[in-house]
Design a protein. Structure first.
Length: 559
């Protein structure tokens, strides 16, 4: 399990501290993470996971993983498996406390029957549309259903018939009898059960009536003896309904606490809209590296630690806000800077021939694996007569402040020698396709015995030893900062959100890369795409660019 530490105290922890001081729950803290298995988890869910499991860890408590699987028409076992994998990948352990709403279907049915027998629930024949139109609005009360005052015995019989499958979908529902004039619309005789002749991913065809989320959710917390039911702000208006159900049944009553959900700019966080992106092939599945899903972030090269640190950084508040996605990217940079092995990789190669270097000769140059972690040691990379450098590290007519390679200019090759450009080879279009350079054999390792300085340091790969690869460079999936602000979020999709580079050259240590994220020096952090790579084709995804970290390192190292 990943170690998680924090010195901050959020408002939820303050509530728990007060509860412990008063002995409200006998100093017991029991939370839960209750996803609906109707899609893959995204970065917003990651914040909730970190909060619920983190609160439990900090207070020597417990946290359940529970699937609110009450709608078989939208739920799939694929989503269940992905959620389990994601929570586990983030480093959290629910031990033996894996539960499902479907575990409680029998008990929920009996609870509903208890409300019917006490005259607090009734079977209604109105259609869904009729229920919506008679609900009223914030300025006008609702209209009572003509079936609201059915006799208890009739409601019992009809509810049993609903359970037995005697009615079609939508023909009847079970509603709570509360108050059609209540100022909170959720309290205006909400639906508790609907008829769905659909096979459930766990219970199969055993049931044809399924509990509504609002009916099941609070009772699941009650049955599991949850002390602190932590949820996002959109459920604040639902709390009076949860309380009403629990009070009428006189069962264990958890304390619900709401916090602000996570919103990122340039990002869609609705599972329904994310599913639309997948279903209409705007992205390459739920785990597309451009998606904000946990599986997408993992495939892109994010580490669990970076997501945990990000969740801690944004904190827990009671006010909705939009967080800059740069904060998520910075959390990744800060984490990977400490742990990612450094390698050399040329994304847009330009060939260099060192004319005064011996033919058929190879030297091994010593390179640092990670300057932030000396314990990672060093490695050797081959150097030869023919090399590749980045195309943008050469300019035929460079400006004064261009400190890389140009005609007659000298630069340092990282870990190797000083070289000077003496000639260029061009194609029929007049484009530079090859450079001819000389090297100074006295500058091995990147320093000159005569003390002369060069301002430019560039990376390279030996042409004879290079590993061929493809690289995907990612940009924002949406061009608009708030893609939800409009009639159709699809119109804001960035057509250039993924750029494929097909002629990438990598140092030979990456011929068989590990399943970790590497830093390609000066180019960013990259991870092998396990899904699309094959024996014949190596594909890397860029997790995030470096920004100014290369310049900072050169300054610190005296180069």
């Amino acid at each position: 399990m990943i170690e998680k530490t924090t010195d901050s105290v959020n408002f939820i922890q303050k509530i728990i501290d007060e509860d412990n001081e008063s002995g409200k729950w006998d100093n017991r803290v029991h939370t839960r993470f209750p996803p609906e298995p109707n899609g893959y988890l995204h970065i917003g869910h990651a914040k909730s996971i970190c909060l619920n499991f983190g609160i439990a860890d900090k207070n020597d408590g417990k946290c359940n993983l529970r699937f609110d699987d009450t709608n078989p028409t939208r739920e799939e076992n694929e989503y269940v498996e992905s959620i389990i994998e994601d929570v586990n990948w983030l480093g959290f352990d629910w031990e033996d406390r894996l539960f499902y709403a479907s575990d409680y279907f029998d008990q929920l049915f009996e609870f509903a029957m208890q409300l019917i027998k006490s005259g607090k629930a009734y079977v209604c024949d109105l259609t869904g549309e009729e229920i919506r139109t008679t609900r009223g609005n914030l300025k006008a009360p609702g209209t009572e259903s003509p079936f609201r005052n059915r006799f208890i015995e009739e409601n019992i019989e009809l509810f049993n018939q609903m359970k037995s499958g005697n009615f079609e979908n939508g023909e009847k529902v079970l509603r709570a009898k509360i108050d059609m004039a209540h100022p909170n619309l959720n309290m205006r005789d909400p639906v508790m059960y609907r008829i769905l002749h659909a096979s459930h991913h766990r219970t199969g065809d055993e049931w044809c009536i399924y509990p509504m989320y609002d009916w099941a959710h609070g009772l699941e917390d009650s049955l599991e003896k949850i002390t602190h039911s932590i949820c996002t702000l959109e459920f604040e208006d639902h709390r009076p309904l949860y309380d009403w159900y629990l009070d009428q049944l006189d069962v264990f009553h958890p304390q619900q606490i709401e916090f602000a959900r996570l919103n990122l700019n340039f990002t869609i966080m609705s599972k329904r809209k994310l599913k639309k992106l997948v279903d209409e092939n705007h992205v390459d599945g739920w785990d597309d590296p451009r998606m904000p899903t946990i599986s997408g972030l993992k495939r892109r090269g994010y580490s669990p630690e970076s997501i945990l640190n990000f969740a801690e950084d944004v904190g827990v508040t009671k006010r909705d806000s939009i967080i800059d996605v740069v904060r998520l990217e910075n959390a990744l940079r800060e984490d990977l800077n400490k742990r990612a092995p450094r390698v050399l990789g040329v994304l847009n190669p330009l060939k260099v021939v060192i004319t005064n270097y011996p033919e058929n000769h190879t030297e091994m140059m010593e390179a640092v694996n990670n300057p932030e972690d000396p314990s990672t040691g060093k490695r050797e990379i081959p150097f030869s007569k023919e090399l590749y450098i980045e195309q943008n590290d050469f300019m035929e007519d460079p400006p004064r402040k261009f400190f890389r390679l140009g005609p007659g200019r000298e630069v340092r090759l990282r870990y190797a020698y000083y070289i000077t450009c003496t000639d260029t080879i061009k194609n029929d279009k007049g484009e530079v396709v090859e450079l001819r350079c000389t090297y100074d054999p006295e500058t091995r390792g990147g320093s000159s015995p005569d003390g002369r300085k060069v301002k430019g340091t560039i990376h390279w790969v030996s042409a004879n030893h290079a590993v061929d690869a493809h690289v995907r460079l990612y940009d924002r999936l949406f061009l608009k900062e708030n893609p939800d602000d409009g009639d159709n979020f699809l119109q804001y999709i960035n057509p250039n959100s993924c750029t494929l580079l097909e002629n990438v050259k990598l140092e030979p240590s990456l011929a068989i890369p590990e399943n970790i994220t590497y830093q390609f020096e000066r180019n960013g952090y990259f991870v092998k795409d396990e899904k699309d790579s094959s024996e014949n084709q190596l594909i890397f995804n860029r997790a995030v660019s470096l920004r100014d970290s290369w310049a900072k390192f050169l300054k610190q190292s005296g180069h």
